[in-house]
Ligand binder design. Structure first.
Ligand code: CP
Length: 355
């Protein structure tokens, strides 16, 4: 089955990703050509969780394409505060808007919402699970700044367990030839096992490191991330993990001159501010590339009939997902969707193994 929902960047082929990047670069070169591309169209931004970049870059993207925006950035100011279900909210809004961009703190929400949307729905982050348009931002940046998406040694550093941007990025770049990863984190905050499975399935070399100063020396890209305070069960657990990895001048001096530093932002002390003026520090420019990537995505979803996204083949399962962070736990009407992967039954919403 094909559809127009972007839940996971993994659903896109390399050809489709390249098409998105080409479109973003064309928009960057001549933005005036696209000023009326979405005249009369409405984007709804449904943000159940805080955001600066993703929400505002989507809104700016639609405004720059000539369209308009509706939405909320605090669900407590909507009927969600009265107990409205995800299903009902999405069913109603998809009758108002032409396209929906949604962020939610619970894993699998975008997939769940897409079941009830009549219009294209874009995952802008679902709990610690995925953040595909951040990855779109990252790969547009890599394409423009490194000139390629392959044959790179990429260091990812910080909260690799909860950092959804890292999961989406690794899944995407593992598809490109010659890439390898250095996974830099504490033992507690390493990538989930399913990401290791993906690296191994793709034959993508990876190393695990607990030392940023050592790992930084031969990287093409260093992708820093913050420790995701909001995903910890207790403040004490967060306190034990924060500030373990800080990129400062001393460490950066050990890196190559052509290494670039990316960060999805927001930053919370994991990069010292004196590095911001270093030509290798591209995180603010990266946020701007994201807006062009999102303009390209809106255009292809709304206007390119050939740009169809492959839906994962799921089946109805007897067993429900037991991941306490999965949307199936809080929206009980959802069907028990699952799929098989590597001989295991996986939840069709949060991608965790069903036991
Ligand atoms: N990178 C990112 O998702 O930033 P926001 O949380 O500000 O949207």
């Amino acid at each position: 089955m094909l559809n127009k929902n972007l839940i996971d960047l993994e659903a896109l082929s390399v050809t489709q990703i390249d098409k998105l990047i080409r479109k973003a670069r064309k928009i960057m070169q001549s933005p005036a050509d696209y000023r009326h591309a979405c005249d009369g169209k409405i984007l709804a931004t449904l943000f159940y969780e805080p955001s600066t970049r993703t929400q505002m870059s989507f809104q700016t993207a639609m405004l720059k394409l000539g369209g308009r925006t509706i939405g909320f950035d605090n669900p407590m100011n909507s009927s969600v505060a009265k107990g409205e279900s995800l299903k009902d909210t999405v069913s109603v809004i998809s009758g108002y808007a032409d396209i929906i961009a949604m962020r939610h703190p619970i894993e699998g929400t975008a997939m769940a919402a897409s079941l009830y949307s009549q219009v294209p729905l874009i995952n802008c982050g679902d709990g610690g699970h995925l953040h595909p348009t951040q990855t779109l931002t990252d790969i547009v940046t890599l394409s423009c700044e490194k000139g390629r998406l392959d044959h790179m040694k990429i260091g990812v550093c910080g909260d690799l367990l909860n950092g959804r941007t890292v999961h989406s990025l690794i899944k995407t770049l593992a598809k490109y030839e010659g890439n390898s990863f250095v996974l830099i984190s504490t033992k507690k905050l390493g990538v989930p096992l399913y990401i290791i499975d993906i690296l191994e399935k793709n034959g993508c070399p990876y190393e695990i490191s607990h030392n940023l100063a050592e790992a930084i020396t031969d990287l093409d890209v260093l992708y820093m991330t913050r420790i995701q305070r909001e995903r910890f069960l207790s403040e004490a657990e967060y306190e034990a993990q924060k500030y373990v990895f800080v990129l400062d001048r001393e460490k950066l001096d050990r890196a190559r001159e052509d290494m670039i530093i990316l960060h999805p932002l927001p930053r919370v002390n994991e990069i010292t501010v004196d590095i911001d003026d270093d030509p290798r520090a591209l995180y603010f420019k990266q946020a701007q590339y994201g807006m062009f990537g999102r303009m390209a995505l809106i255009l292809l979803l709304l206007q390119d009939e050939d740009f169809m996204i492959k839906e994962r083949e799921t089946e109805l399962s007897e067993h429900c997902c037991d991941n306490p962070k999965c949307i199936t736990q809080s929206e009980p009407y959802l069907p028990h969707l699952s799929y098989r992967k590597l001989g295991m039954q996986m939840c069709g919403f949060c991608d965790k193994r069903i036991n």
